[in-house]
Design a protein around this ligand. Sequence first.
Ligand code: FPP
Length: 254
Amino acid sequence: MFFKNKNISIKNEIVLKELDMNNIPKHIAIIMDGNGRWAKKRNLPRSFGHKAGVETIREIVKACSNIGVKYLTLYAFSTENWKRPADEVSTLMNLLVEYLRGELEELNRNNVIINYIGDISALPDLCQKELVNSNIKTKNNTGLTLNLALNYGGRDEIIKAVKNIYIDMLKNNIDIEKIDEKLISNYLYTKNIPDPDLLIRTSGEIRLSNFLLWQIAYTELYFTDIYWPDFKPYHLYKAIIDYQKRDRRFGTVK
Ligand code: FPP
């Protein structure tokens, strides 16, 4: 075990040296996929995959915080995930509560702010309570913002924004000519957060699954076959190195 960990840290050190610390993505968004398949490969119940996935969250949050990422948005529960078996939904909700309770001190030590996006009013009361409490207890931190997407759907977010814009138009708070990209962004859950620079999806699936549809217009996409529980800081650094080789033109020429 000792040698295995030593090898991991040597691998991390080598890859860390390749990172351009002056070009760290400010905002990384991750679709954490493959927990179920990770468990199935080991003949374990799906819940074991989700538990292992939480361990990866711990490591990736720490790694992002250490290299100076400002925002990390994790797709933890989508508006579509309610269609999963009730016991799996309840496992995920319990893991969320356990994570927030168990990790609060460590996140505070690492100067992390806990934030959430999505309609959390549909989550069990205990989840809502822990989320609000974790946000209050970390909101004065100044490091990484860990943004948990819960009961989040990109289309749902846009529908809510359109409805609220309409309400404000009726109240004469908005003139139709004032509707532009900036205004719409200000009606989204992510209103105070810059768009992601890099979006990572694990597990080999190459789709966006209703995640941050508006915000990823110019985001660099990175897909890896690694299942989420196997995704380590080493893989994160590799994804960032790949990102750093991209030529981001935002539709212009250089
Ligand atoms: C995708 O794997 C994973 C999820 C839908 C849930 C992610 C949630 C956690 C890791 C834990 C709870 C969250 C926090 C913030 C503590 P999948 O089940 O779709 O995998 P599969 O595609 O292989 O079946």
